[in-house]
Design a binder for this molecule. Sequence first.
Ligand code: HEM
Length: 513
Amino acid sequence: MPLVAWLAAIAIICYLTWKRNNFWNRHGVPYVFEIPAVGNFSSVALQMHSMFDYVARIYDHVRTRDANFFGVNIFFRKALVIRNPDMVKKMLVADSRYFINRQMCTDREGDRFGYYNLMMIKEPLWKDLRGYLSPSVTSSRLRRMFSLIEEIGNNMLAHLDGVQQNPTKLRETEFKELCARFTTDVIASTFFGIQANCLSDEESEFRYYGRKIFEYGPKRALNMAAFFFMPELVPYLGFKLFPRDTERFLKTIIEQEIARRETSGENRGDFIDSMIALKNNEATIGVEEKIPLKGDILVAQAVTFYMASFETTSSVLSFTLYELTKNPEIQQRLREEIHNCIKKYGRDLPYECLVNEMPYLGMVISEAARLYPVLPFIERQCSLPAGATGYKLDPFHNFVVPNKMPVLVPIYAIHRDPKYFPDPLRFDPDRFSKDNADSIVPCSYMPFGVGPRTCLGSHFGTLQVKVAITRLLSKYRILRSESTPETLTYRKNAFTLHSNEGLYADLELDELC
Ligand code: HEM
């Protein structure tokens, strides 16, 4: 390239860099200066850092650590990162109507499964859809699903019984794979009425296609990164939220199950039946354009519940088991609580016992979800009514958030901030005891997100974790194995928290009765 072209390119880069940083400077908003022109997150895009580590780094940066919020440049877009829980509460809870949409976006025309689902959909469609889907996870529904979850819990024990013992009568297990198989079997059984058999069959199709959603090879990683980094380019790149063959597999399975029930008249009162009812009642979403909930749009909801459900729940479950492996005294206290309940109710603990009578179990899970939140941040887009000039950050700052600006809440970094959780890397379930829980600053603990767009399946996910842990600990003591990792590092190409290391432990038969 001739010298003059090089100089022109450098001049353009300098100008763009100056322009972006000048924007934050002009408004008195702190920011972290990163690679010229490309901006922040480039090291994540180049897979030099995991998203979790990178966001924690800029959260703790000398230029931002004392600020209520700071600015970042996501390639060519400017975004805000909110550090102060009071600001999170004001924006995402009190003023949630202006921050109801996520900024992530798929292609409305080219990816109907990816666009018309609860995770990605925008207002005014979101509210209707959430209203239709919420009844599938009420406490009465969970109570009905409970025996099915327990059945899968028993299958998990049967699977572990089949694991070869070593000469010292221990069974070595890797929790990430075990938990993913457990949660995939649960969602297939409880929501779709289908036996996925992931625990008994390593080659199960459900596990194969589920793994593909979260397996980030270079192409899939680029695909997923585009939804966050460059949503405006997604329609031109032809990227889809779900891998095509996973989408095809689930569509076939779900359509077959719907057709089977319509022919047989069987009613299990589960998610598939709710979908059939929505179709028969000619339910629609939207105010001006009324979009019917049928065909692919109906199937998209099932596919999304599948995606949103098993990986998240399996992540919380496997990290909880990992911490119980490393903290035998916490495990012992939990086993005593389980033992007391078994003495009272017998081995098949009732739903009410798990939900209401096991406070320590709840504390252990809450602490695991604090230390290992599934997502690095939750995100929204400022969405103002027509004619509005911006969202004022009074009384925190005089910056006015422009319409469509993305807003990130770095939950992983906030959960590990000593200001809110002293000695943050210590696994200490007592932070969530009755006496201590009141001192947790509102909106400093958000493993399921915050505001009206919070996780729809939080109770369902927690119930699964509770069933798996009580079943496992009622039969086995978990011990460190030679392969148990001392510390964890996180995958650089994943958008959910994934350790590079396997979460290995030895299981010792020690039945509570
Ligand atoms: C323990 C396991 C789980 C964790 C830690 C978790 C976490 C989250 C988080 C952080 C969000 C984003 C919330 C926000 O933006 O404010 C979310 C959204 C969501 N989750 Fe979960 N989740 C879990 C289990 C589940 C399960 C079992 C289901 C399905 C039944 C589910 C369905 C959803 C859906 C549909 C959304 C989008 C809600 C909306 O936009 O209206 N999640 N989850």
